[in-house]
Design a protein around this ligand. Structure first.
Ligand code: ATP
Ligand code: MG
Length: 155
């Protein structure tokens, strides 16, 4: 099992080094919980969402990532950015392998279009669900909803 607070420490260090002070980055992990699964797998899923939030948010923007409880007793990893956003017609396709919204413009942001496919794959291995909400030029919310039976409460 993976302690969410430990994961968050690593994610925040990586996020800050990637952003190099260009964004306001906030991490909140109030619940003491662990997720069943491997460290590397969860780091890559959560990390990919955070890397996207940084990559698709202009300088001066804000990125928040949180761990919180779901209404049904599960747990949610949530990332919010104040970036470029995603037009609604693209949202259903962005988790496909190699799909990128604006190929010409995203060339200089240098991805391959695999990040979200990995996130979705890891989520499905945990019976977790990836949710995406976004508004163009306002920002995006990505969240991974873990069912209760994948979590361990810590004291
Ligand atoms: P890779 O993750 O492989 O380096 P990538 O970031 O292009 O490359 P994905 O992470 O799969 O690939 O994302 C697919 C596309 O979805 C991106 O190219 C981008 O167009 C869009 N996207 C993803 N996250 C965000 C976000 N937070 N804000 C705006 N657009 C996003
Ligand atoms: Mg990516």
């Amino acid at each position: 099992k993976v302690i969410v607070e430990d994961l968050f420490d690593k994610l925040l260090v990586d996020a800050k080094s990637l952003s190099q002070g260009k964004h306001l980055i906030e991490a909140n992990c109030s619940l003491k919980m662990a997720i069943l699964g491997s460290d590397s797998e969860l780091l890559s899923a959560f990390g990919n969402l955070i890397v996207n939030a940084i990559r698709y948010t202009p300088e001066g923007g804000k990125i928040i990532f949180e761990w919180k409880s779901d209404q049904d007793g599960g747990g949610v990893f949530f990332v919010k950015d104040s970036g470029i956003g995603i037009a609604s017609e693209h949202i259903p396709r962005i988790t496909e392998r190699f799909y990128r919204v604006d190929r010409s413009r995203s060339r200089d942001t240098g991805g391959t279009g695999l990040g979200l496919a990995i996130v979705k794959h890891v989520a499905s291995r945990h019976n977790a669900v990836l949710k995406i909400e976004s508004e163009l030029a306002v920002g995006s919310d990505f969240s991974i909803h873990f069912p209760k039976d994948r979590l361990v409460e810590l004291n």
